[in-house]
Design a protein. Sequence first.
Length: 160
Amino acid sequence: MTTRREFLKAGLGGSALLSVAGCARPSADGGRERILAALIPVILAGALPAGDQQPALVERTVAGVGKAIAGLSANMQAEIGELFDLLAFPPTRMLVAGIWSPWDSAGKDDIAAFLERWRNSRFALLNSGYAALHDLVFGAWYARPDTWPAIGYPGPPRIR
C-alpha cells in the first residue's frame, strides 16, 4: 500500500517534471514540425501515397497544420503548443506517449501504438490530445483539392 509520504513524493516529482517541461521549449514551434513529420504517415496510412512524392506531401500537410493552428484562437494555439511541448520534451514524451526514441527515428508501429493508446485512453485529456492531432492532420490533408478524389468528393458544387 502506498504511504502518504510516497504519494507526496510522487506528486512533487511529477509536478517538477511538468514544470521543467513547461520551461523547456524544444524549438520555436515546440518541435511541432518534427513531430508532425513522424505522425502524418501513420495517421494518413492508406490515404498518403507511398513513394518519392510522400516527403513533399508530408511537408505540405505539416504546412497546412501550421496554417490551421494559426487560424485558431490564442487560447487554442497555446493549448496546441503545450501539447507539442509535452510530446517534444524527452522525459514527458517517454512517460506520456511511450515513445522512447526521438520522433524522427521512432518506428511507425510505436507511433501507431501511441496514437491508439491515446485514442482509447480512459483519460479525457489524452483523448482530447489524440482528437486534436487527428483532426488537425486530417483537416490539413483534406483541405487540399488534390486529395478529394481519393475519398470520392467531386468538390463544391459549381454555381452557374
